[in-house]
Design a protein around this ligand. Structure first.
Ligand code: PRX
Length: 654
C-alpha cells in the first residue's frame, strides 16, 4: 500500500458472520459501473430488494436535469412509515427499533418495533383528528426525544409533509419557515434538555407564532413538566390526545414521487430554501447507503449523533436504519456532558457497531485528551463515520487509532441536504482509505470536476475545479418548496446539464475525490451550513448597522468561524460594547449556532467600482494572508485594506 493509504481493515474481511456486503474493490467497481451504465435495471432491483411496495412501479426513471422534472419509480406506491416500521414489527415485534439516550446518562428509553408501530399509529390518528391530510405540511420543532421521531413517522404514515426545524433556531427563523410552508400544525415540547440545561422550546414557538394566522393547533409534548404559557383553543397536550387515539392507523398508499418532507437549508441568498424530497427515491437510498456505505447488518446497532433537525438525522437516525429494520440510537445530549467520555460510554453501554459524527466534535474531543476514550470498551465498533465538513488528516488518524482502535473502517461521507443520502464515501469492505479524502462515488453517482470558469468537464486524474454530478440519482431533491425556478437556477442553470454541488473538489491519480469546501457564499461552522447573506441581513436589521459583509475565516476547532464587517449608519458613533451587541443580535435573530466569532465595526469595506463588496479580500485579511491579496487596482477604495489590517491586528491583541 502506498504511504497515506489505509487498506480495508482485516477484521472486516475475516469475521464470517459480518462478511461485508461488498468485499472487494472489483465487486464495488463492477456494481458501480453497472449502476451508471444501466441505472434502470440496477435501481429497479435495489428498489424491489430494499423496499415494500403496495403497487409495483413500471417506469424506473424519467426526466432530466435540463427540465428539472426528474422522477423515479413512477407508478409505484408505498408508504415510508410502513417500510420503516410495520414490516419489521410483523417479522420481529420484540426487536429494539429505537434506543433513546437521554440528556442524563442512564436515562434510557427503548422502543421495540411493535411499540414503535403503536406510538406512531396513535399519533397519526391524533393528526387525523386535527384534520391533517395528505399533502399538508406539519412543522416539528422538538428536542431529541422519541416523540420527535414518532412525529416524523406519523406524518409519513398519513401522507403529510413534515418539516423539522432544528430546535436551535430562534423564534424569528422558525417563524420564517412556518410562514414559508403555511403550516396549520406545529408539534413541539414544553422544554428541551441539553447538556444539563433547559431550553424554553414552547416559549420560542409562542414567540414565533406571533403574527402568524395559519397555525390552528400546537401539539405540546411534555418533556420536563415545566409550566408553560397556554393558548386556549390552540394548544393541546400530546399525552392527553394520545390516550384518546386508537393504536392502529392504516398507512396511506403514496405515490413514489409524493413529497416525504421539506427541510430548510441555507443558500447563497438570505431566504432559506425548502428542499423537498420524494418518498421512494429518498427512502431507497437512505436505506441503501446504511447497508452499503456503513455495511450495516441486521443485528447491528447504529448510532448517528446528529440532530434530527438536519438532513443527517433524517437519513441516518430515522429513515435509513429503520427502513432496514436495524436498531437506531437517538442521543439527546452533547459529547461533553457530563464529561468528555459521553460518546464512548454510550458505545460501550449499548454495544454500538456503527458510530457517525462530525469532525468538529472529534476535534474538540481529541483536544481534551485520550484518557476519556481509553477507559471504555469500544470493541463492538466496526464502522465509524464522519460527515458535514472536511476531516483533517490528524483528526482522521486520531479517530481511526483511538476510537476505531486501528481495526475499524472510517467512512468520510460526503453529501448534502439536497443529495438526500451519501454520494461519495469509501465502502468498508472494498475501498482503501486515505485520510482527508471522501474517496469514491456511491452507486448511481457520476461525479465530475468542472472548470469553474468555462464549465468544461476536466477529464483524467489529478484535476481540480468545482464538483458536479452528471446524472440524476433516486434520492436527489425534487424541488424547492414553492420555488422551482430557484431550484433550477441554483443547481442546474449554473453549469447546464449538471447538478452543481457548490463545492470545490479535486480528483487524484487513483480517482479519489477530495472535497475542498464551498465555492459560493455558504459557510460551514461546526458542520452547520449557514448563508453569509442570511447573517448579513440579520446584522443590517440592527438599528446602528448600515452595511455588513460576512465571511468564513479558518478555525482549527469549528472548521470555519463567522467574521462580520459592519459599517454604521451616518451619524451613528461606534460605542464600547457595540460589537458585542451586534454579535448577540445575530445570535438572537438566527440561533446560538450562528453566533459570530467576531464583529468588526469598520469605516469602510473594500469594494469594486460597481459597488460589490470584495469578500475574498476580507477573507485573506482575517486568515492573516494579506500578503496574498494580489491585484487591488480594480477596487474603488484600495486604501481601506491597510486600515482594516491595522484594525484587525489591534482586535486580536485586545
Ligand atoms: O460543503 C459540503 C459539506 O457540507 C455541505 C452540505 O451541508 P448540509 O446540506 O448541511 O449537509 C451536511 C450533512 C450531509 C457540502 O456542500 N460536507 C458534507 N460532508 C462533507 C463535506 N465536506 C467535506 N467532506 C465531507 N465528508
Amino acid at each position: 500500500m502506498a504511504e497515506g493509504v489505509y487498506p480495508v481493515p482485516e477484521r472486516l474481511l475475516q469475521d464470517g458472520q459480518e462478511k461485508p456486503f461488498i468485499d472487494s474493490l472489483e465487486k464495488y467497481k463492477a456494481m458501480w459501473t453497472e449502476s451508471i451504465k444501466h441505472p434502470e435495471t440496477f435501481f429497479a432491483k435495489l428498489a424491489k430488494d430494499l423496499l415494500s411496495w403496495s403497487m409495483p412501479f413500471e417506469t424506473v426513471q424519467n426526466g432530466s436535469f435540463v427540465d428539472g422534472n426528474v422522477g423515479w419509480f413512477l407508478e409505484g406506491e408505498l408508504n415510508a412509515a410502513y417500510n420503516c416500521i410495520d414490516r419489521h414489527a410483523f417479522q420481529h415485534p420484540d426487536k429494539v427499533a429505537l434506543i433513546h439516550e437521554g440528556d442524563e446518562p442512564d436515562n434510557v428509553r427503548k422502543f421495540t418495533y411493535d411499540q414503535l408501530l403503536r406510538e406512531v399509529c396513535r399519533l397519526a390518528n391524533v393528526l387525523r383528528s386535527f384534520d391533517v391530510r395528505k399533502g399538508d405540511t406539519v412543522i416539528i420543532y422538538m428536542p431529541m426525544i422519541p416523540e420527535a421521531v414518532f412525529a416524523m413517522l406519523a406524518c409519513a404514515r398519513i401522507g403529510a409533509i413534515h418539516s423539522v426545524v432544528f430546535a436551535g433556531f430562534s423564534a424569528e427563523s422558525l417563524r420564517d419557515r412556518i410562514r414559508d410552508c403555511g403550516t396549520r400544525l406545529v408539534i413541539t415540547a414544553d422544554e428541551g434538555r441539553r447538556g444539563g440545561r433547559s431550553i424554553a422550546t414552547k416559549f420560542i414557538v409562542d414567540e414565533a407564532l406571533q403574527g402568524i394566522d395559519t397555525v390552528e393547533r400546537v401539539l405540546v409534548c411534555r418533556r420536563t413538566g415545566a409550566e408553560v404559557n397556554w393558548v386556549q383553543n390552540r394548544d393541546v397536550w400530546y399525552h392527553e390526545e394520545i390516550l384518546k387515539a386508537r393504536p392502529y392507523c392504516p398507512p396511506m398508499s403514496m405515490n413514489a414521487e409524493d413529497p416525504l418532507f421539506i427541510l430548510y437549508t441555507s443558500g447563497s441568498t438570505g431566504t432559506p430554501k425548502g428542499v423537498m424530497h420524494s418518498t421512494a427515491g429518498y427512502l431507497l437510498e437512505a436505506a441503501a447507503t446504511v447497508k452499503y456505505v456503513f455495511d450495516c447488518h441486521d443485528e447491528d446497532i447504529f448510532a448517528c449523533m446528529a440532530d434530527i433537525g438536519w438532513i443527517t438525522g433524517h437519513s441516518y437516525i430515522v429513515y435509513g436504519p429503520l427502513a432496514l429494520g436495524v436498531t437506531t440510537v437517538l442521543f439527546e445530549s452533547t459529547p461533553t456532558y457530563p464529561d468528555p467520555s459521553r460518546f464512548w460510554r454510550i458505545i460501550d453501554q449499548h454495544k454500538i457497531t456503527h458510530f457517525y459524527t462530525a469532525p468538529t466534535a472529534l476535534r474538540a474531543l481529541r483536544r481534551l485528551g485520550d484518557e476519556w476514550v481509553q477507559k471504555w470498551d469500544l470493541s463492538t465498533l466496526r464502522v465509524i463515520g464522519s460527515v458535514g465538513e472536511p476531516i483533517n488528516p490528524e483528526t482522521w488518524e486520531w479517530y481511526y487509532q483511538k476510537v476505531g482502535q486501528s481495526r475499524c473502517a472510517v467512512v468520510d461521507t460526503y453529501w448534502q441536504t439536497e443529495t438526500g443520502s451519501i454520494v461519495i464515501s469509501p465502502l468498508p469492505g472494498a475501498v482503501a482509505m486515505k485520510p482527508g479524502s471522501a474517496t469514491v462515488p456511491f452507486f448511481g453517482i457520476e461525479p465530475v470536476i468542472l472548470d469553474p470558469h468555462t464549465g468544461e468537464r476536466l477529464e483524467g486524474d489529478s484535476v481540480s475545479g468545482v464538483l458536479a454530478i452528471a446524472k440524476p440519482w433516486p434520492s436527489m431533491a425534487r424541488t424547492l418548496y414553492n420555488n422551482h425556478q430557484r431550484y433550477m437556477d441554483t443547481y442546474f442553470n449554473v453549469y447546464r446539464g449538471y447538478y452543481f454541488t457548490g463545492d470545490g473538489a479535486s480528483r487524484d491519480k487513483d480517482g479519489y475525490y477530495w472535497i475542498g469546501g464551498r465555492v459560493d457564499d455558504v459557510i460551514n461552522v461546526s458542520g452547520h451550513r449557514l448563508s453569509t447573506a442570511e447573517i448579513e441581513s440579520a446584522l443590517v436589521a440592527h438599528e446602528a448597522a448600515s452595511e455588513a459583509a460576512v465571511i468564513g475565516g479558518h478555525d482549527d476547532l469549528t472548521g470555519q468561524s463567522i467574521h462580520a464587517f459592519c459599517t454604521l449608519k451616518p451619524g451613528v458613533e461606534s460605542v464600547e460594547g457595540l460589537e458585542k451587541e451586534l454579535i448577540l443580535h445575530v445570535r438572537r435573530a438566527i440561533g446560538p449556532f450562528a453566533t459570530p466569532k467576531r464583529v468588526y465595526v469598520v469605516h469602510d469595506v473594500p469594494k469594486t467600482r460597481s459597488g460589490k463588496i470584495m469578500r475574498r479580500i476580507l477573507r485573506k485579511i482575517v486568515d492573516n494572508e494579506a500578503d496574498q491579496i494580489g491585484d487591488t487596482s480594480t477596487l474603488a477604495n484600495p486604501h481601506v485594506i491597510q486600515d482594516l489590517i491595522k484594525q484587525l491586528k489591534t482586535h486580536i491583541v485586545a
